[in-house]
Ligand binder design. Structure first.
Ligand code: CA
Length: 222
């Protein structure tokens, strides 16, 4: 999952970041509402962890503005308050779930996973896509022009990662960590996986994996 952590308390943000990255997720973090809005414009996130008390306002304002513009991004609210009114305010602002500080990191991950799974079941019509390439999360099937591409699991993971944010440059390290859980000693494994995926897409597909020298790769429409 690609997760945006919006939290101004450095220790909490770092704990979340370290734990979730170690579990193979990709995280970005924002220390203010303005920072979060800027990152959200870039897109590609699967879930949002949202603190309420931020230097430039209440986190619920961000939840409200996302929902007002039709964004369905799952939101897990972190709150220091544990009153019924706070929870109700969160739900009415469009928050999907909440955790009261202090919380267990494992619970954060479990709740995020549940929210993202639920959201993907609700959005069957909007499966990740680039050109005529689509990935169905529930079936774990990759299709090009409607035809299923049969690939080994890691190549499918790679395709799903790239499809989560078409046009975004993924560094090699980022892909390795997401696929193998750690950076690989040589680039061979990732190179082989990219070769397998490119070969299966073929040279005249509507999408291609472009290499950005020194930066990484990205999925683009041709
Ligand atoms: Ca705070």
């Amino acid at each position: 999952m690609h997760i945006l952590i919006v939290e101004d308390e450095r220790a909490i943000a770092e704990n979340l970041y370290d734990f979730l990255e170690a579990r193979g997720h990709r995280c970005d973090f924002a220390v203010s509402l303005a920072d979060a809005r800027r990152l959200l414009e870039q897109g590609g996130f699967n879930a949002l962890i949202l603190d309420r008390t931020l230097p430039d306002g209440d986190g619920l304002m961000l939840a409200q503005s996302l929902r007002a513009t039709g964004k369905l991004l799952p939101i897990l609210m972190l709150t220091a308050r544990d009153t019924l009114d706070d929870k109700l305010a969160g739900f009415s602002a469009g928050v999907d779930d909440y955790l009261v500080k202090p919380f267990a990191l494992k619970e954060v991950e479990a709740r995020l996973t549940a929210l993202v799974r639920r959201a993907s079941q609700h959005n069957e019509g909007s499966a990740p896509r680039c050109g005529n390439l689509t990935y169905d999360q529930a079936e774990k099937s990759l299709r090009l022009d409607g035809r299923q591409l049969h690939l080994p699991p890691k190549a499918l993971n790679l395709a799903a990662l790239l499809l989560a944010a078409p046009g975004r440059v993924f560094s090699r390290r980022e892909l390795e960590t997401a696929i193998w859980g750690e950076e690989q000693e040589t680039g061979d494994n990732l190179r082989n996986l990219l070769y397998t995926l490119r070969k299966s897409l073929g040279s005249d597909a509507s999408v291609e994996i472009a290499t950005m020298h020194g930066l990484g790769v990205k999925l683009v429409e041709r």
